[in-house]
Ligand binder design. Sequence first.
Ligand code: HEC
Ligand code: HEC
Length: 280
Amino acid sequence: MQRLLLLLLLLLAACARQPPALPVAAATADPLAALGWQLLADRRLAVNRDFACLDCHRPERGYADGKPVATADGLNTPTLYGLAERTTFGWFTPEVRSLEAFVLRPLDNPREMGPRAETTLDRLRADPTLRRAYVAAFPGATTQITWAQTAQALAAAIRTIPSPQRGPLTPAALRGQALFAELGCGGCHQGATLSSEAYLNTGMSHDTSRNGGKARVPSLIALAHTAPYFRDGSAATLADVVAAYQRGGRYPGPGMSPAISPFVLTDAEQRDLVAFLASR
Ligand code: HEC
Ligand code: HEC
């Protein structure tokens, strides 16, 4: 009996530690977004049929993948939450200014799903169900199943992804929120998604070969589900992220944003800041 009770308690404790459930896919009446949802899950879009978008942007992992880096490009997979509100996309691509333009990148990249080929589209054209879905999404178009249409549908679907609902903040998270403001984190992480469209060198990674080391300020959404963190996945936990900021960056050097400088927190304050980040 006692052992059963202990087991029950352990089980309850495990449940309590689980982050809150995530919204997965939005049901949509819009034929364009509906087509996009089919395509996000379709491995036939990859030249080798080895990946679908949702194999890396996994709904149950906050549309990330839980890996430090996804491919030989050495980049961490960002979440797809909050993209409807953004105007810049990708860790190092300030020149890409629309979601439609960005989604062609994984389709072009040989280390993701590319290169893009006409034969890939023929594969899709051979599927009558998919043909009907394109016609519903693009009624009256003279050519059906093009890469431009595919990009439009993927972008429309991504824009329907609802960000997770957040409950009231715990007292610890509220204290952490105050610290976040006091420490100037909000100078770069601002607005509904706690992101900004800036590309900055924050000294978090030793690799500064791309875009002068200036990475796009990521959104802070569903962080409890999207570890590891930073563009190279080099921070395993939110406590590691906070520790890196406390040190004023891990690889301080020329070109680093002056907004990053060392600060001191007590252990309790560190925990509060982590609690706030985990509540996002
Ligand atoms: C092999 C894993 C992988 C696959 C497959 C993949 N992605 Fe990604 N995705 C990534 C990585 C890594 C990045 C960061 C790339 C960069 O910043 O240049 C990314 C970035 C993105 C972004 C930018 C997010 C942001 O915060 O700006 C979007 C949008 C996106 N992917 C959509 C897609 C779509 C649509 C597909 C399918 C056509 C897809 N991805 C397939 C790994 C993947
Ligand atoms: C000067 C602008 C700036 C300031 C100030 C700033 N950040 Fe960031 N933040 C960034 C950039 C840029 C990245 C991406 C860095 C990278 O991946 O190399 C980032 C990444 C992060 C990440 C990782 C997100 C992910 O999905 O990988 C977290 C968490 C974070 N910041 C929290 C904070 C906290 C907490 C503070 C305050 C102590 C703070 N930031 C202050 C610009 C800033």
